[in-house]
Write a protein that binds this ligand. Sequence first.
Ligand code: URP
Ligand code: ZN
Ligand code: ZN
Length: 463
Amino acid sequence: MRTLVANGTIVTADQVIRTNVLIEDDRIVEIAPSIASPADHTIDASGKLVLPGGVDVHTHLDMPLGKIRTSDDFESGTIAAACGGTTTIIDFATQSKGQTLRQALDAWMKKADGKAAIDYGFHLVVTDLSDQVEAEMDKLVSEGVPSFKLFMAYPGRLMLDDGAIFRALVRTRENGGQVSIHAENGHVIDVLVKRALAAGHTAPKFHALTRPAGTEAEAVRRAIALAELAGAPVYLVHLSTAEAAEEVGAAKKRGLPVFGETCPQYLLLSEERYQEPGFAAAAYVMSPPLRTVADQDRLWRALAAGELDVVATDHCPFMMKGQKEIGLGDFSKIPNGAPGVEFRMSLLYDGGVRPGRLTLTRFVDVTSTAPARVFGLYPRKGTIAPGSDADLVIFDSDRAARISAATHHMRVDYNPYEGREVTGVAETVLSRGRTIVEQGRFVGRAGAGAFLRRAARERQDLG
Ligand code: URP
Ligand code: ZN
Ligand code: ZN
């Protein structure tokens, strides 16, 4: 089957060029202004942008949290992702205490199997680092699961101490894996939470007030220091503050392999949301919390300048009704997280490219190319080139849409961007050559997504 994507404006991380793309089955085979060989099917992309499929390396689908779980499973979450122009996700498989990493991976593979509508991989969240688990890390890296997430927050549940974080970093220096870190000082936050509750402060806004910017900045500094000591690369997830962005930028300037991620919510929503009346502000209870407009501004500049590398969503949806409500009367019990997987591309285009904060090429870099590179998927994913998977988004940069929970595909009863009008929407989406979204409508199949074995970094010379 040969498909021609004709007359579009192709955007990669390096160039913007009006040309044609020929697809044969699931791969791109030719890119040229005129293609002689006949196609079975032509998609007219004139007047549209043609982007590499979005790569969202931070989602939490079907994730258990106490007695509840995130409200999107691998079917609803990946269909929503596809409708927004994302064709690859990397989700998190969390090791329970006492579990092997293999058991955690198997459990998450089962959740995705037969359900995922787009391609997917997993990071392993390490919560219990025994010698045996360290050895397992090597095995997973060699089997195509080369990334691990560690928490500096949530003591007693997910947090690892500095010794364990250092051991994991050293191990990845040796085995070619990649550590990601959730950088917030969990012990300090716990003290602030206890003090707030003791003072009778129970409303959702106290979630943000007990996680001040300094708790992120301190942890980011410590994470970078530990990675430098270990001689390993490190990727910092969901950065929310100016100070964190500056720490990452400074580390890069010193030549360290430090990568930074932020999310649309930290670029576009601010702490004023916590002033919404009653329990409404629970919609924005996520960790780290929303910050100031000045932080947003600095994050945009850091993205444009290459101090930060990736925009992912940290899609972690909980229903307001019955789930967020668990925290009525105690902000510390509100499930942390917010939905976003469907709107990353439109929000970044509308909020970043249209006002001139990001160039088109940088937009593609932070939403597709850089995440594919950092996590071992490039050049199969993350670009438009002969040999790459035919994951393409025909993006209408002039079309406007209004974001609303009434029309979104995510399985969650609110949208943090409710009522916001965005210009720039995914019109047609191809996943390995198959059309899965047509005129914004999902026409793919749950279960058609494939598990992606990812490449390790080149082994480091241990000297
Ligand atoms: O609040 C958040 N971000 N929940 C998801 C888990 C995490 O920390 O990434
Ligand atoms: Zn996190
Ligand atoms: Zn997360």
